[in-house]
Ligand binder design. Sequence first.
Ligand SMILES: [Zn+2]
Ligand SMILES: [Zn+2]
Length: 350
Amino acid sequence: MKALTFSGIGTIHYEEIPDPAILDDSDVIVQTQHCAVCGSDLHVFHGREVGIDPHTAMGHEFTGEVVETGKKVSRFRPGDKVVSPFTTACGSCFYCLQGLSARCIHNQIYGWVQSGAGLQGAQAEYVRVPLADSTLINYEEYDLSSELALLGGDVFSTGYFGASLAEVKKGGSVVVIGCGPVGLMAVFSALLLGAGKVLAVDTIDRRLRLAGKMGAIALEAGNSLREAVHDYTGGRGADAVIEAVGSASAQSLAFELVRPGGIIATIGVHTVDHFTFTPADVYNKNITYKSGRCPARSLMPTTLPLIEANGPILSEIITHRMSLKEGVRAYEIFDQKRDGCIKVILHTEG
Ligand SMILES: [Zn+2]
Ligand SMILES: [Zn+2]
């Protein structure tokens, strides 16, 4: 089959790799309909996350059609249209039962094969899905297109998770730092959860315009940002800051913009070693810092209906639709934020 593979830092290839096969009775094979390039794929692409074997298929966001099932799979059969969260989940361990599927003791993330072990990615014509009964969801149970269902597997669920971590209060103020796909979904989710004021921060006009259309106050990152947040929050700072970038500068900005007693919710994938603020800074401002990988599978029964109810505005984040074959160019466009790119979705041929 064809796939987009990691072929060294800064290099993605569209190449032939072996078709996946059923390895365990709980596996299914899915023929991909849509897959997407995600901000966290760029960590691998740029070498900020290392260890992945060359020629591993990239990607963890996809929808598709079940084409083959292992002997113990009972909930799916060939022809079912499915969406997957970006990590697999057993559905019955301590963490799955707590709603923290991201920390399932059997979880694997798509697109990470290291020293020969792990799971191939979804930017490919076919994907092997382990623990299929407890991982996949049949998106035809909802009124969702394949593209919209895909947003539930990661970006919408992750944005919603950020707003949940931020404990958005009715009428409260929330700053969202970074209005990429996940940040925009966090903006929308914070408003859904009743925030009175969502201040959306980015440098790119198209993203800010979309945040504004969703109901946020768009603020350009820059010198006057601190003053503006100050003015909008009664001089205190925001009740919560959702940090959706994952950089040291975004982290230190979050600390500056949150009010004493507020919450910093970090959903950007961090790849740096140290906090930009100290334990004493946290003590002196009574800050709560929350972070972690989104338990997408646990959240999808909540988030898929929300996507279903808000499809038109949410689909506006999809600025680029290309084919898997054009994936190398899709990475370039997405990485360099060319042509006002927010989210690229790739379709497979045939
Ligand atoms: Zn993703
Ligand atoms: Zn589990």
